[in-house]
Design a protein around this ligand. Structure first.
Ligand code: GRF
Length: 192
């Protein structure tokens, strides 16, 4: 299956997915990285992994629809079947949503519906919750609101520093995302 990954920053989840494809534990092909920040580190990662990257600054387009249409053109050229959001810091608009409805998924570093939006790990930490985690869900027009596909919980230790918690959340993400996508693809095998 042909996947396009959208990311805006570091790209550690992109890396985890690319590594899983390479190891053969994720039976898919990453056909395109879409990145909305021209200097993001994830672009470097794509280069090293030999994955084509389309970096596009929304400011260079007249409006969001034109920006997303430019992305859509690239997705079609690459023949991408699914969109995997991995730290893409932008809402998906109607242009992409209608073209890929039910075929866009996202990873979020909290147990949704708790702590949607930005800085979810910090939000959970500051709130003092004892359990947090990672959610993978389908994307709809809201912020982190679509139907949930998978979740994994983590206990927060009383004395834990935010840095350790953050590292643990990311470790869970890097394992759960490839595993969940592999299971999704398996389930939809033979479905056209
Ligand atoms: C991850 O925590 C992901 O859950 C969130 O943004 C972060 C991206 O990190 N949506 P990275 O760029 O994959 O390292």
């Amino acid at each position: 299956r042909k996947l396009a990954i959208f990311a805006s920053g570091n790209g550690s989840n992109f890396q985890a997915l690319a590594d899983s494809v390479q190891k053969g534990t994720l039976d898919a092909e990453i056909v395109l990285l879409v990145c909305d920040k021209k200097d993001a580190f994830v672009i470097q990662r794509a280069k090293e992994a030999g994955i084509p990257a389309f970096s596009c600054s929304p400011k260079e387009y007249e409006n969001k629809a034109a920006y997303e249409q430019a992305i859509l053109d690239q997705l079609h050229i690459a023949d991408a079947e699914m969109i995997i959001l991995a730290g893409y810091m932008r809402l998906i608009g109607p242009t992409l949503l209608s073209a890929y409805r039910g075929r866009i998924i996202n990873i979020h570093p909290s147990l949704l519906p708790a702590f949607p939006g930005l800085n979810a790990i910090e939000q959970a930490y500051e709130k003092g919750v004892k359990v947090t985690g990672v959610t993978i869900h389908y994307v709809d027009e809201g912020v982190d609101t679509g139907p949930i596909i998978a979740q994994e919980a983590l206990q927060i230790e009383g004395s834990e520093a935010i840095e350790t918690l953050t590292a643990r959340v990311h470790r869970v993400e890097h394992a759960l995302y490839p595993k969940t996508i592999a299971a999704l693809l398996k389930k939809s095998e033979g479905v056209t």
